[in-house]
Design a protein around this ligand. Structure first.
Ligand SMILES: Cc1cc2nc3c(=O)[nH]c(=O)nc-3n(C[C@H](O)[C@H](O)[C@H](O)COP(=O)(O)OP(=O)(O)OC[C@H]3O[C@@H](n4cnc5c(N)ncnc54)[C@H](O)[C@@H]3O)c2cc1C
Length: 262
């Protein structure tokens, strides 16, 4: 049977735009354009490479939990070459934290059917990098995270994790969850043909009822973490200019020591 790969992709606010918080301290998603999290493009790329290495004998489903517009993230992944999409959308998801998101993703992954789940190393907005581990725990399968190289061979997923001082070669039996880093290889650009083909690929829409999840298990009510306060970053002030009139080096060192940089 062909390998069933599910790639978790997140729809995130465009980091180049201005982001604001709503009154309940959630990100005001209506206020900013969104896009497929850049780091998740690497996850899609790795899934495509695993499928190519299997001579196409694999099916790639891209999965997102997010608002209506999150469909754009799925279409981007489909235009890169994924086969189908699953979009979990429900008004009661508003305010869901990492634990809640992992519950929703786990139920959707189980419903879709999988041998391998591929995630990015972190989202570009929340950047917690915890979802893959939470998801593996919920699914009760092994996790191999932060991989810069990943392959599947005879029911086993293998990967390389590059640390600061050592490189580890890891493997786990399938089914498993992996996450891949931005060192795993450039993500491909969707071709014109891919973009046209993506328009016809199926995207299944699911809500909390479809996944047997109660509204109070997710959303702000079900969240285990709470945002207490959020503030705009203060505007940048003018920098300190040190003119070298013989004492420049000393002044520079004093400034850096004052800021506790040295
Ligand atoms: C509709 C909606 C409302 C939200 N409201 C709040 C809120 O009010 N307060 C709050 O604190 N957070 C909110 N979030 C953010 C949500 O809690 C985070 O997505 C979650 O906590 C994961 O944390 P992270 O983004 O740091 O992911 P990380 O752990 O950094 O992500 C690692 C990887 O997990 C996968 N992944 C992560 N999130 C998703 C996803 N949604 N769909 C598919 N794959 C994913 C990706 O592969 C990603 O690369 C909301 C999210 C959604 C979709």
């Amino acid at each position: 049977m062909s390998l069933r790969i599910v790639v978790c992709v997140k729809y995130v606010p465009d980091a180049t735009g201005d982001r604001h918080f709503a009154e309940d301290l959630t990100v005001d998603r209506d206020d900013v354009d969104g896009l497929l999290s850049e780091l998740d493009e690497y996850a899609v790329e790795q899934a495509l490479q695993i499928k190519e290495a299997a001579d196409g004998d694999a099916e790639i489903t891209v999965l997102t939990v997010g608002p209506e517009d999150a469909n754009d993230a799925l279409r981007k992944a489909l235009s890169m070459g994924a086969d189908k999409g699953v979009h979990v959308e429900d008004d009661d998801l508003h305010g869901t934290d990492a634990l809640g998101t992992s519950l929703v993703l786990a139920k959707a992954v189980e419903k879709t059917g999988y041998d391998l789940v591929v995630c990015g190393m972190a989202s570009t907005d929340g950047t917690m990098g915890v979802l893959p581990a939470l998801l593996a725990e919920r699914l009760g399968v092994p996790q191999v995270t932060q991989l810069s190289e990943v392959s599947v061979d005879g029911g086993v997923v293998k990967g390389r994790r590059d640390g600061d001082t050592a490189t580890e070669h890891l493997e786990a039996s399938l089914p498993a969850v992996v996450s891949v880093t931005d060192q795993s290889g450039e993500a491909r650009y969707p071709s014109f043909k891919g973009i046209m083909a993506a328009k016809k690929k199926p995207v299944e829409s699911l809500d909390l009822d479809d996944l047997d999840i109660e509204a109070d298990e997710v959303g702000l009510e079900g969240a285990w973490t709470k945002v207490e306060e959020a503030a705009e970053r203060p505007a940048r002030t003018a920098g300190t200019i040190v003119k070298d009139e013989g004492e420049g080096g000393k002044q520079l060192a004093e400034f850096l020591a004052g800021q506790k940089f040295i």
